[in-house]
Design a binder for this molecule. Structure first.
Ligand code: NOJ
Ligand code: CA
Length: 559
């Protein structure tokens, strides 16, 4: 039996390098996490997801694995890992690991052998395409820029395929040995008693025939080619075979799939309860940018924060909630390590940020699904402002700084803009105190970012803090009303996100003001027995049965 049903699960995402340093090197580690489990338990989460912890040259912060059977020494040892799992279980929580199965590092022994010798037994573990002289096998683009093809280091006419960085060659999932090897790795970690996986980039394991180009009228540059390398039907066979194998060893594992570009129909397939698939899926389709936003034309748009379109978000989310009801549990999240933090995307005035953070927690997490809270979000953390442009590890960021400086912008303004719009700004260290290195370490953190002042020490003492509010939201979330209750939406006011949850004889009415203006809503007709469970920035008028929601105000009423 699973410790938690899908509806009960509350996930907390830890970016291990940035959470807590225990051995004074400025890099977060496994023992650091152990020292903070009480904090997580008190917050009310029950499942921890760690971004990759396997041995890695860290070209892509652990998503480039060179040894799947060991913890990266910067994060700790296998013994530390076993201690962490035991400590997490001891607190009644569970642990899932990020599992990188679409690609390895180019430093993995398989690839090193395959790249040193065209006749290597590992050659067919990877994907090779035939070039003609200097002509690439096709015009497909990598997600990290440039072509997916890189010349065979062994000197043949072949090119190897990499969807992400060139140091991350894609595995050939059509090869049964590869599929078996990945099952073996996963079983190794299940034998270390973990409770499941977040499957990285699994939607890319199948690729179309390489002899096809993406049509482009006016460019000879590589083109994104999702139709040829994302969500192909064969992915579902690989996925279900893989998960079935793991469930033979441990039937109750929890599987969170990362399916960034999956639309709702695909998410239904990937979470099909009749097949052994994912329990839930992280899609990036919830969020779109505000098309009316004005950018400075003097500097590249890419380095400027993009505003979330809340109205569009509402339309999308309502659809997902409604369609997946009775099928599977959607992932409920605002931020992760690949996106700017939500408060940076909302762009509310700084004195409204805490109200907005509270409202967003209610809006998202009391819906039907699995909350996935990104570390520090529960404090109202915004992007840390990186002090050195090189830390973005991104040529586009350096270009942005160069252009901005030439146009006369202040260095600090450019860094702020970049940090708030770049994934590295969202990876800055957890803010435990307002002391040295934010209480994260007694050394300079690996990422030299400065926080916005929100920190655990301060917020623990303040009953009105975002942290205190999150704990209340997560405590409510444990009721059946929110874990298994039905959900329906009230779409009558564009700027108010309103829904009702029902279970048995109980109901909850949730109102969230999405705007910077006051909004008025009416209580339901038979409201006399409604109790206020939680509120922030609202005025309730019982005589008129009206609620005035201040900017970004929220209220939860129950009976
Ligand atoms: C998705 C991960 O979330 C991202 O951080 C990573 O760069 C790619 N997969 C490649 O593994
Ligand atoms: Ca450390």
């Amino acid at each position: 039996m699973k410790a938690f049903s899908n509806g009960e699960r509350i996930i907390y995402q830890i970016y291990p390098k940035s959470f807590m340093d225990s051995n004074h090197d400025g890099i977060g580690d496994l023992n650091g996490i152990i020292t903070r489990l009480d904090y997580l338990k008190a917050l009310g989460v029950n499942t921890l997801w760690l971004n990759p912890i396997f041995v890695s040259p860290q070209i892509d912060n652990g998503y480039d694995v060179s040894n799947y059977f060991m913890v990266d020494p910067i994060l700790g040892t296998m013994e530390d890992f076993d201690n962490l799992v035991a400590a997490v279980h001891n607190k009644g929580m569970e642990l899932i690991l990020d599992f990188v199965l679409n690609h390895t590092s180019d430093q993995h022994p398989w690839f090193k052998d395959a790249a040193a010798n065209p006749h290597s037994i590992y050659r067919d573990y990877y994907l090779w395409g035939k070039g003609k002289g200097n002509q690439l096998p096709n015009n497909w683009a990598s997600f990290f820029g440039g072509s997916v093809w890189e010349k065979d280091p062994a000197g043949t006419d072949d090119y190897y395929f990499h969807l992400f960085a060139k140091e991350m060659p894609d595995l050939n999932w059509a090869n049964q040995e590869v599929r078996q090897a990945m099952v073996d790795v996963a079983k190794f970690w299940l034998q270390h008693d973990i409770d499941g996986f977040r499957l990285d980039a699994f939607i890319h394991t199948a690729k179309a025939n390489f002899e096809q180009n993406v049509f482009s009228k006016d460019s000879t540059e590589p083109q994104l080619a999702e139709e040829f390398y994302a969500n192909l039907p064969q992915v579902q066979n690989y996925l279900s075979e893989f998960i079935q194998e793991l469930r033979k060893l441990k039937s109750d594992i929890f599987i969170l799939g990362e399916a960034a570009s999956a639309d709702i129909d695909l998410v239904e397939s990937y979470t099909d309860p009749q097949r052994s698939m994912c329990d839930s899926v992280v899609t990036f389709r919830y969020f779109s940018d505000d098309q009316d936003q004005q950018f400075s034309t003097a500097i590249p748009e890419q380095g400027q924060p993009h505003k979330l379109d809340l109205v569009k978000f509402k339309q999308t989310m309502v659809k997902w909630q409604t369609v997946l009801q009775g099928w599977s549990y959607p992932t409920l999240y605002w931020s992760n390590h690949d996106l700017p933090r939500i408060l940076d995307k909302l762009m509310v005035a700084s004195d409204q940020q805490n109200n907005a953070a509270k409202m967003l927690a209610v809006l998202m997490y009391l819906q039907r699904g699995i909350p996935c809270i990104y570390y520090g979000e529960e404090l109202g953390m915004t992007a840390g402002i990186l002090t050195d442009p090189a830390e973005f590890e991104d040529p586009n960021a350096l270009e942005f700084m160069k252009i901005g400086t030439e146009k006369g912008f202040e260095h600090i303004e450019l860094l702020k803009s970049l940090s708030a719009s770049h994934k590295m700004g969202a990876r800055s260290v957890m803010q435990w105190t307002d002391g040295v290195s934010a209480g994260f370490s007694d050394q300079d953190p690996w990422l030299s970012a400065k926080g916005n002042g929100a920190n655990v020490l301060l917020e623990k003492q303040d009953p009105n803090s975002v942290l205190a509010f999150y704990a209340k939201v997560l405590s409510l979330k444990q009721k059946q009303l929110y874990t298994v209750g039905q959900i329906v939406f009230d779409l009558s006011n564009r700027d108010v996100y309103a829904y009702k949850r029902s279970f048995d004889t109980h109901q909850a009415y949730i109102f969230c003001n999405l705007s910077a203006k006051e909004q008025e809503v009416s209580l339901p007709a038979d409201c006399s027995d409604l109790r206020i469970q939680l509120k922030s920035q609202v005025k309730v008028d019982h005589t008129t049965a009206k609620i005035k929601l201040d900017p970004y105000g929220t209220i939860v009423l129950e009976r």
